[in-house]
Design a protein. Structure first.
Length: 216
């Protein structure tokens, strides 16, 4: 199991695009790895097609994409033809093969409650966002029966990239362009210099910690 802040494990695997050494593939960029229970399954097909439609958004943010599914690379290639049916013939990222579920087990992606026709547990819908330093910045884990919200994944990446470079945090339901919050560890004089004109809520406790800014 990988914890936030850990260096994401390197691995070698077959993919729909050939052999992959994961650390070589991401090469110090932001990256997203998302897992799928099986090829030729309905929810997964909707997810991979939506990820493809959002590929320009990931690219704009400098995020390399990769999926993993518990079938062979040859199976992935056939499945991609179905996915392309929903994406105007486009598919631009690799699907990693994990037929023995070795990667799924090592990364804690198994859903014990959902099994395939052979009785083997399915891979859950994991999302891992990895930073340019190779460390895990975000992990989400959905059961096999629930499709992910890729708009939320894009939103979270925006927050991760902003807060990695600025002394702000993002409040509930934040989206790019909304007010961010000045982090509590920043002293008032530092906040004044860094975020001139920031807004402060006078809460009943009298503590000056609710500080908002669009100037980031």
């Amino acid at each position: 199991m990988v914890n936030l802040g850990d260096v994401f494990p390197d691995f070698k695997a077959s993919t729909s695009e050939g052999e992959m050494q994961f650390h070589e593939y991401i090469k110090g960029s932001w990256a997203i790895l998302f897992s799928h229970p099986a090829d030729f399954t309905p929810v997964c097909t909707t997810e991979l097609s939506q990820a493809q439609r959002l590929a320009p958004e990931f690219q704009k943010r400098g995020v390399k994409m990769a999926a993993v599914s518990c079938d062979s690379a040859e199976s992935h290639k056939g499945w991609i033809n179905d996915i392309k049916f929903y994406t105007e013939g486009k598919f631009s990222y690799p699907i990693i093969a994990d037929p023995k579920r070795e990667l799924a087990v090592s990364l804690g992606m198994i859903d014990p409650d959902e099994k395939d026709a052979a009785g083997m547990p399915l891979t859950a819908r994991a999302v891992f966002v990895i930073g340019p330093d190779g460390k895990l910045k975000l992990s989400l884990l959905y059961p096999a029966t629930t499709g992910r919200n890729f708009d939320e994944i894009i939103r979270v990446i925006d927050s991760l990239q902003l807060t990695a470079s600025k002394k702000v945090a993002t409040p509930v339901n934040w989206r790019q362009g909304d007010e961010a919050m000045v982090i509590p560890t920043l002293k008032a004089e530092e906040a004044d210099a860094m975020f001139p004109g920031y807004r402060k809520d006078e809460v009943p406790s009298g503590k000056a910690y609710m500080r908002f800014t669009k100037n980031y």
